[in-house]
Ligand binder design. Structure first.
Ligand code: FUL
Length: 486
């Protein structure tokens, strides 16, 4: 009898183990993706984190921000133009994509467009034989940096402007030149600015269709997407709540009333249109001799308010009248990049032991938050009750001193988190302290703490999310020596 009992117990244990092992192995399906989802090219773009904008053109020589279209092409003469320097600076500063203003509102083209004489071909630069777009596309390729173009819809020179069909055809012609002559184009930037009273309807859908046809891997930016959206301001600040999801059908390019909506997005949005924060390293978009680059602390604020709020930072670095990125801008840019590397190259979470309230299975283990792969993540088990709180906890033998919390969602499967908090244990003798909290996370959320915190245990609690469960791809703790608190 005793033996039979032992046998029953052993078989029971065996079955339980097999069942557990089975659960922990590949049998547990991943959580269903939660629509809308990013496309592969949107995800690739998001992971660039920073893109360099280059505003260069007639305004550089007239010392203006918006030209009138009455400028003389003879004024464009950058004696030392070196696009290799631009591309090298971009590369060294950690930018994997540069976007050039090939034509700004004044209508002057940086390439010898066949549709107008108002271009480099009428300038003294290289005796009218130069092509800045070509030079930069080649230089960027040489550095392994991708290339994108800005082509202003608003054109104050072009006589067709204001004649709906002709101007739209003219614009399509210029776009066609840019999309066929300069190799792969990764992003096309459509500016919503339209600053005078001329009535002009842009046929955006035709323009976008041309980009799709000629450069299938290009992301299209405009106020309203379709691939990348404006965040509603030009100071590099996304909303502290920022959804990559939004209702595309409610967006209209050039419409001021949507700026607030663009700045936060919409948890119930039907389209995935992530945000790009455009801002200049200087007060103006173009280079002006009297202006200076922003301070490092300001650039870092911009970084936390853009990349740290689920967006990409599009930082403008304008070349000067010589045709070079000025030494002081290069210096500031390198300080900025080095600061980011200093802050994020050490992750205190890396040497902690990690636990969670619930684990979906082995493939979704909490330790997945330590690698840099966006597709590996911690996932709890599905809950019947969506109000269930989930948590993940980092524990260290040594006290961890940090003032930045980094959280990332596995956004390839949708953006989910709606409300979270971060607790530190063992801070200033207190048992438990809420050190940061927020709403959305998305691709990346960076929370700066008012002052550094020393703790042995740090817990991320997800209070509310879209879908069944949150999927946390990364959770890190960093020390930012440049931040003095608010
Ligand atoms: C704005 C333009 O008016 C500025 O000059 C600049 O090009 C900026 C990126 O977009 O709408």
């Amino acid at each position: 009898m005793g033996r039979i009992f032992i046998w029953v117990v052993m078989v029971g244990i065996f079955l339980c183990c097999s069942f557990e092992v089975g659960l922990c192995n590949s049998d547990v399906p991943p959580p269903l993706p939660l629509v809308p989802l990013p496309t592969a090219k949107q995800l690739k773009w998001q992971q660039r984190e920073m893109v360099m904008f280059l505003h260069f053109g007639m305004n550089t020589f007239t010392n203006r921000e918006w030209g009138t279209g009455k400028e003389n092409p003879q004024w464009f003469n950058p004696k030392g133009l070196d696009t290799n320097q631009w591309a090298k600076v971009a590369k060294e500063a950690g930018f994997s994509l540069v976007i050039l203003t090939t034509k700004h509102h004044d209508g002057f083209c940086l390439w010898p467009s066949k549709y107008t004489n108002h271009s480099v071909k009428s300038s003294p630069w290289k005796d009218g034989k130069g092509d800045v777009v070509k030079d930069l596309s080649v230089a960027a390729q040489g550095q392994g940096v991708d290339f994108g173009v800005y082509l202003s819809p608003w054109d104050r020179y072009e006589p067709f402007y204001g004649k709906e069909l002709q101007y739209n055809e003219f614009y399509l012609g210029q776009l066609q030149e840019l999309l066929t002559k300069y190799g792969p184009i990764s992003e096309v930037w459509f500016d919503g600015a339209k600053g005078d009273n001329t009535t002009m309807t842009y046929l955006f859908s035709k323009w976008f269709a041309l980009v799709r046809e000629l450069q299938i891997s290009a992301n299209i930016f405009s106020d309203a997407g379709p691939d990348i959206r404006w965040v509603g301001d030009e100071n590099g600040t996304a909303g502290s709540t920022f959804w990559s999801t939004i209702n595309g059908s409610s967006l209209k390019i050039g419409e001021a009333s949507i700026e607030g909506y663009l700045n936060t997005g919409d948890p119930y949005g039907t389209d995935w249109i992530p945000g790009e924060c455009d801002v200049s390293i200087r007060p103006g978009w173009f280079w002006h001799p009297e202006e200076k680059p922003k301070r490092l602390s300001k650039l870092l604020d911009i970084y936390y308010n853009s990349v740290g709020r689920n967006c990409v930072l599009l930082l403008n670095v304008p070349p000067n009248t010589t045709g070079l990125i000025s030494a002081e801008d290069v210096e500031r840019l390198m300080e900025f990049t080095n600061a980011i590397n200093t802050i994020f190259s050490v992750d205190l979470a890396a040497s902690t032991s990690i636990t969670a309230n619930s684990v979906r299975g082995e493939a979704f283990a909490p330790a997945n938050v330590l690698d840099t792969d966006l597709w590996t993540y911690w996932a709890p088990k599905d809950h019947k009750n969506r109000r269930t709180t989930n948590w993940i906890c980092l524990e260290s033998k040594e006290a961890m001193e940090f003032n930045v919390v980094r959280i990332q969602e596995a956004v390839g499967l949708g953006q989910r988190v709606m409300k979270y908090g971060v607790y530190a244990f063992g801070v200033d003798g207190k048992k438990r302290m809420l050190v940061s909290n927020g709403t959305t996370i998305g691709y990346k959320k960076l929370d700066r703490l008012k002052k550094p915190v020393k703790a042995y245990k740090v817990m991320l609690v997800i209070w509310k999310c879209r879908g069944e469960v949150p999927l946390i791809s990364s959770f890190g703790l960093h020390f930012d020596p440049f931040y003095r608190g608010e």
